[in-house]
Design a binder for this molecule. Structure first.
Ligand code: SOE
Length: 355
């Protein structure tokens, strides 16, 4: 029998839109024993809240998240507000017995992320590291599992945006350290770190350099990291909002004994793969068009929004099957431990072990 899961989304920003779209679309692409009901959209800007609720299919609006969490007719609380509010809302939602979703980075400190992880320990939960659900990343993961690339020598990730240097852009909470916790380290590099842990396993130590280019800001506009993975491979990570010309260049490159792979979100339906097996003269990178058959016919490409639909759909499928799901708050906490080590490495100038 189909059960209805009633959602409350806390947050009316761009992630609120991406999540709303996923709630609207998921039943069209996944056969689930659940109906998803978009019950309440909660936000603090009354001037735009009603219009957003109407446009994205929310039944009701609310101004105070505490009222929403207290309601017995809500099953899932989705936290998509600025980072400094994640812990309080997510923990309260878990204590109220809800299923909890939270945007990334999970928290602004490892103390918060550990408390969040503990609070949801007996509740289904998810952190929206949506890029794990890019079909090319899923293919890459299965190729790594099949030993097509490893043993891995190098893991290289860069997440490059340019808007930090745009004077016409109004200041927002992402550049306010008290709210965002960090700059590109939490906002952009958290994605690269989650992909690194997903694809190449735990990170043992880090060295780091951070730079603030804009006068008056306290957050890192650029973060660079040298990492040693537990499996013996080495990693380099770069995240910046000052990469002139790069809109959203979230890329990874991996080199191993058996092959290599390259991925760039700006061309997200492609995975470049190099197979080291053939004779050297016949070797070369192949550019694979990767498509997700769940959505359309082969070769009919997908976009950014599908990564959120897939995260939600896979979560609901795991819930129905009583299977574990990742990325969960534990995954978010593990990323937070690396973020914390990077921040300490940058301020001390020394090599720091990841806890
Ligand atoms: C920042 O510009 C941002 O929106 C991040 O917050 C998202 O996590 C990333 O996916 C795209 O860029």
């Amino acid at each position: 029998m189909e059960k209805t899961l009633r959602i409350a989304l806390i947050g009316q920003g761009s992630m609120g839109r991406a999540h709303s779209n996923a709630y609207r679309q998921v039943a069209s692409f996944y056969d689930l024993p659940y109906a998803v009901e978009q019950s309440i959209l909660c936000g603090r800007n009354p001037a735009t809240l009603t219009a957003m609720a109407q446009r994205w299919g929310w039944r009701e609006t609310a101004a105070d998240w505490r009222d929403v969490i207290a309601r017995p007719d809500i099953d899932i609380v989705d936290v998509a507000v600025p980072n400094s509010l994640h812990a309080e809302i997510a923990i309260a939602a878990a204590q109220a017995g809800k299923i909890v979703f939270c945007e990334k980075p999970l928290a602004n400190s490892t103390v918060e992320s550990a408390a969040m992880r503990d609070a949801v320990s007996n509740r289904p939960n998810m952190v929206w590291f949506n890029y794990r659900r890019v079909p090319a990343i899923q293919l890459l993961r299965s190729m790594i599992d099949d030993n097509r690339i490893g043993p891995i020598f190098h893991f290289r990730a860069f997440y490059l945006q340019e808007w930090g240097n745009d004077p016409s852009r109004p200041p927002n909470w992402k550049t306010d350290k008290a709210i965002a916790g960090s700059g590109v380290l939490g906002d952009l590099m958290s994605h690269s770190l989650d992909l690194a842990l997903f694809l190449n396993g735990p990170i043992a130590t880090v060295q780091a350099l951070q730079r603030t280019f804009s006068r008056g800001r306290e957050i890192d506009d650029a973060t660079l990291v040298l990492a040693r993975f537990a499996n013996g491979s080495v990693g380099t990570f770069e995240a910046t909002r000052y990469a002139t010309g790069c809109r959203n260049r979230n890329a990874i490159e991996i080199h191993g004994e058996n092959g290599a792979a390259r991925f760039d979100l700006e061309d997200m339906n492609r995975l470049e793969f190099f197979d080291a097996a053939p004779p050297r003269e016949e070797q070369g990178f192949r550019n694979l068009l990767v498509s997700a058959n769940r959505y359309w016919k082969p070769g009919h490409i997908v976009g950014y929004e599908h990564t959120f639909i897939s995260a939600l759909g896979d979560f609901l499928q795991a819930l129905a099957d009583n299977e574990p799901f990742e990325p969960d708050f534990e995954s978010g906490h593990r990323v937070q431990l690396v973020i914390d080590a990077i921040a300490r490495a940058a301020s001390s100038g020394s090599t720091v072990e990841v806890q």
